[in-house]
Design a protein around this ligand. Structure first.
Ligand SMILES: Nc1ncnc2c1ncn2[C@@H]1O[C@H](COP(=O)(O)OP(=O)(O)OP(=O)(O)O)[C@@H](O)[C@H]1O
Ligand SMILES: [Mg+2]
Length: 247
């Protein structure tokens, strides 16, 4: 469904992504792990064109785009099929939960308000937030805000959702409610690419894992085999350190 070949990105003289390949099939939940600074966020942002990659090819639904030379129209076409969930929720503080979910539908997708609200309420219901539809972000906990952000992503009916550390800004007791929503989406067959440090999520919910280090994919594979016997020493050390931190 999504196929990336040879993605490269530099910031000035700093080469952050060096020739990354990725294949995501429909219904896949792919976890991206790796140390800080390895390029995970930059990679995800390039995939949703929040950042412009320098080179590579990008195939979505059988249509191939040349990275670094994508037109506005092509980017808009891709964005209609993808959604992004940020680490810090990125909700509009002056809008209610429902307005945050419907805003893009009304302005970018030219949907009628009543229709956008119907879809918005369904999306909020899906993440267990329908009771809070009229609340502003400051009246919601971090976990609730992130669930609204997930509802906003769902409301656009995306083929794939990119998540950048969706629970890392949350207190530990709030991460569970967000991970539960993501687990439920995975069970319904939603295709997701998730940068995370939640080993339990990567192990039990994702079906594939990609480990990035210094701008390259150091190791990737089916989740089960990956955690049972990582081949790379660097990966084993990283997983051991994370597991220690979790205890
Ligand atoms: N806009 C930018 N301008 C210059 N350098 C950047 C920019 N964004 C990221 N970088 C650099 O690119 C490298 C990769 O950063 P990135 O945020 O992708 O890492 P990450 O794997 O997501 O790390 P973390 O786990 O800490 O979130 C880092 O060296 C970072 O300093
Ligand atoms: Mg990051």
């Amino acid at each position: 469904m999504l196929r990336v070949r040879g993605l490269r990105k530099s910031f000035g003289s700093l080469e952050v992504l060096k020739n990354i390949d990725l294949d995501v099939n429909k219904g896949d939940v792919v976890a991206i792990l790796g140390p800080s600074g390895s390029g995970k966020t930059t990679f995800l942002r390039c995939l949703n064109f929040l950042e412009t990659a320098d080179a590579g090819s990008y195939t979505l639904d059988g249509k191939t785009y040349t990275l670094g030379r994508t037109s506005r129209k092509e980017i808009a076409e891709i964005r209609r099929k993808t959604a992004f969930v940020f680490q810090n929720f990125n909700l509009f503080s002056n809008m209610t939960a429902l307005q945050n979910v419907t805003e893009g539908l009304i302005t970018a997708r030219k949907m009628k308000r009543y229709q956008a609200e119907e879809i918005g309420r369904m999306a909020l219901d899906k993440v267990g937030m329908s009771e809070r539809a009229g609340y502003y972000p400051h009246q919601l906990s971090g976990g609730q805000q992130q669930r609204v952000a997930i509802a906003r992503a769902l409301a656009t009916n995306p083929e794939i959702i990119f998540f950048d550390e969706p629970t890392s800004a949350l207190d530990p007791e709030l991460t569970g409610e967000v991970l539960n929503v993501m687990r439920q989406l995975a069970g319904e067959g939603m295709t997701m690419l998730v940068v995370t440090h939640e080993i339990a999520f990567a192990r039990h919910v994702s079906n594939r894992v990609i480990f990035m280090d210094e701008g390259v994919v150091l190791e990737s594979g089916e989740s089960r085999g990956f955690f049972e016997a990582p081949g790379e020493k660097r990966v084993r050390e990283f997983l051991r350190a994370l597991e220690k931190r979790d205890v």
